[in-house]
Ligand binder design. Structure first.
Ligand code: BGC
Length: 717
């Protein structure tokens, strides 16, 4: 309303007095508050109008910090006199987390990637952005897009798996979804932050080609394709320099190579200096309590300006970097209203169905002997539900990973036990429950039941890596976890041995070993499924929903397959070299000729598909791969045709790499011609720049990285 009135007054005055001074007198913000002006123009106008003190106030967090400001991760006070809104930042990737109340916990990042469905991922991002905005939050500290270099990384559950193409596609969709709202996303943790062991200090060495081809593409896509508003620099060092004071990272790749024009904020406590960090390209310091040294405080920046280690022009750039995406994505035009009312409001209800559907779409069916799943719907069966992770207490940990992304809406959590019990009731079945810490009880309950659902969880969490591929259950709250002694491997072994009609449900953040696999009737992997996990699991068990997921990460057959030399992981004397280079995940398994337990891209469904008639032809700068997909089973389901490219030998690339995919839902008997476009980058590798080696490329299409029945060749010049 205020803007409309001012516009009218401005028009009326146009013939009487010079317009600009009159408009400015009426409205001190007029020069940058016209939503039709470009973000650049508005940002420049605002910076030009700011005093030095106002600028210095925008370089670091305001008090109270971290969770003491309406349960958020931090904030920067706005400047009401200049119409600058508060910047309110919150975690993140599976929903509005931290110490929030009544928000939705969606499936975690690895589960989102597991959908192989950018449409679902954008919906999830959009819903999370909507909830954030309604909560008075305008920066979401996600998505996390670090590559699953090792299955031991405690935070892989937040990320999008081991493949740069899938991670980039997931990040792009999710960021677009968040930023469909007047809320900025934050691409994190930039970069090479692929482990939690020594995460604050480890110094990683990664060659340039591996950086460009494996670890940076998701960030590059976040900037170039999704126009992400902010990037979070990570805790670790890179080639000796902290990530948050690394000019190559913060100015070289990000701004010069990719054209990033938003702000870089430090991970919480990842700032280690004033001038070196600021001059390297960091814009905003963030930190956790207890309050330590504040490097970007007004006093410290003034001192750096006085001794010449920082320039005024750089301060202007830092503020411009921050306000520019705020203008572009509507944060000035739709300012958030932080305060008690939005903090207490329940924003989760409209997204319950989406959370439920997405959890089923993310669930990977790893094994289904003799079509044990879906269960029959005739009624009269006894279903034994076994496992601490299945009950409402265990489910607070088994539906969301530990640390800053841990979901906070536990009041509405539907545990597996609750979800299965209500579905069983509806189908005329009966549920018996044992907690499973006593293996003999688990065995007896399993033996006496018609079907068994045994649920186990690990304890993937921020702050520590997993010591092995076993289950390490933990009880997690927002900022920490503590382990609980449970023999879940023994529990599963007992149940699967006692009853062949046993479904093992893995509520885990990362690959686990499966010594009991041969005995299991079926294995479902929902990852951390969020608030609606129990309902989604019941939907999948009874066939009301398809298990739609495909693995975004290879499952190793043994610890040995997953092992590294200590100098490569977790590092020696604080240093670590990524000497496997490009051979990350399935690229390494392929190159070494090793057979994993479950390959990248794998996942069954309740129907079957045939892929045939592949044709590959040049299209634009790249190529189109076209194939026919047919649903050969008797249920509707979704196929995920995956396109892998092999390079000419002289390019020195891994044996094959994912470069395209689609998710295609078909009714029984239905057939569709599907075209998957491969851009020029699909055929390029890094050699001082992106180059396409002239020669013959292989294009293979199928349903996983190890099931590629369709093959074609293509010549690129
Ligand atoms: C985490 C970030 C998170 C931040 C704020 C840090 O410890 O690494 O991912 O966004 O805390 O909670």
């Amino acid at each position: 309303m205020r803007r409309v009135l001012i516009a009218a007054v401005g028009l009326a005055l146009v013939n009487l007095v010079p317009a600009a001074p009159a408009a400015q007198a009426a409205d001190p913000c007029a020069a940058w508050m016209d939503p039709h002006d470009s973000a650049d123009h508005r940002a420049n106008a605002l910076v030009a109008a700011m005093t030095q003190d106002q600028k210095l106030g925008m370089l670091t967090f305001s008090n109270p910090p971290w969770f003491a400001f309406y349960g958020t991760a931090g904030h920067v006070d706005g400047i009401p006199a200049l119409c600058v809104p508060d910047l309110v930042l919150s975690d993140a990737g599976s929903g509005v987390a931290g110490l929030q109340v009544a928000t939705t916990v969606f499936p975690s990042g690895v589960a989102q990637a597991s959908t192989w469905d950018p449409t679902t991922q954008r919906r999830l991002g959009r819903a999370i952005g909507e909830e954030a905005y309604a909560k008075g939050i305008n920066v979401m500290l996600g998505p996390g897009m670090n590559i699953a270099r090792t299955p031991y990384n405690g935070r892989n559950f937040e990320y999008f798996g081991e493949d740069p193409y899938l991670a980039a596609s997931s990040a792009t969709a999710f960021i677009r979804g968040i930023q469909d709202n007047p809320v900025l996303a934050s691409a994190k943790h930039y970069a090479f932050n692929n482990q939690e062991t020594d995460r604050m200090t480890v110094d990683v060495r990664v060659d340039e080609r591996t950086r460009r081809e494996i670890y940076l593409p998701a960030f590059e896509a976040a900037v170039k394709k999704a126009d992400v508003g902010s990037v979070m620099c990570s805790y670790n060092r890179i080639g000796g320099n902290y990530a948050c004071e690394n000019p190559r990272m913060l100015t070289g790749y990000l701004r010069k190579d990719w054209g990033f024009d938003g702000f870089v904020e430090s991970d919480w406590g990842a700032t280690h200096s004033t001038a070196p960090a600021a001059m390297a390209g960091m814009d905003l310091e963030m930190h956790a309590s207890p309050l330590p040294q504040q490097y970007f405080s007004a006093d410290n920046v003034r001192a750096a300006l006085a001794d010449g280690s920082m320039t005024r022009a750089r301060v202007d750039d830092m503020v411009r970097d921050t306000v520019r995406p705020m203008f572009e994505h509507g944060l000035f035009d739709h300012p958030v209203a932080p305060g008690a009312a939005p903090y207490l409001s329940d924003v989760s209800t409209p997204h319950t169905e989406l959370a439920r559907r997405a959890a089923a779409e993310a669930t990977v069916l790893l094994k289904n002997r003799d079509d044990l799943l879906p269960f029959g719907t005739g009624g009269g069966h006894t279903i034994a539900v076994i496992g601490w992770a299945a009950n409402p207490v265990g489910a607070t940990s088994s539906t969301s990973g530990g640390g800053s992304s841990h979901g906070s809406g536990v009041a509405r959590l539907v545990s597996p036990l609750e979800g299965i019990t209500s579905a069983a009731l509806a189908h005329g079945d009966r549920v018996v429950y044992v907690e499973g810490s006593n293996v003999a009880d688990a065995r007896a309950a399993a033996a006496a039941a018609d079907e068994v659902v045994v649920v186990a969880t690990d304890g993937s969490t921020e702050g520590s890596d997993r010591p092995d591929l076993g289950f390490r259950p933990e009880v997690c709250v927002s900022v920490g976890c503590s382990s609980i002694p449970l023999d879940q491997e023994g529990m599963i072994a007992a149940a699967t041995a006692a009853n062949p009609r046993t479904v093992v449900v893995l509520d885990v953040g990362a690959p686990v070993r499966m010594p009991w696999l041969a005995d299991a009737g079926a294995v479902l992997l929902p990852w951390y499924g969020g608030l609606q996990h129990g309902n989604a699991l019941a939907d999948v068990l009874y066939g009301d929903a398809e298990p739609g997921g495909r693995l975004p990460q290879t499952f190793p057959r043994s610890e040995q397959q997953a092992s590294f030399e200590p100098a490569a992981y977790p590092g020696v004397d604080g240093k670590e070299t990524y000497d496997e280079g490009l051979l990350v995940g399935y690229r390494g398994y392929d190159a070494r000729g090793e057979r994993p337990l479950f390959p990248f891209g794998y996942g069954l469904g309740y129907t079957t598909f045939a892929f045939r008639d592949l044709s590959v032809r040049r299209a634009g700068e790249g190529a189109d791969a076209t194939l026919t997909v047919r649903n050969t089973g008797d249920r509707t389901g979704a196929a995920v045709p995956q396109v892998y490219v092999s390079f000419p030998r002289s390019a020195g690339e891994p044996p094959k790499q994912l470069k395209g995919f689609d998710k295609v839902t078909l009714e029984p008997g239905a057939t569709r011609r599907v075209t998957i476009h491969l851009d020029r980058r699909a055929f390029a590798h890094w050699r001082g720049g992106w180059v396409v080696t002239p020669g013959e490329y292989g294009v293979a299409v199928g349903s996983s990285s190890r099931d590629l029945p369709l093959r074609a060749r293509l010549t690129m010049r």
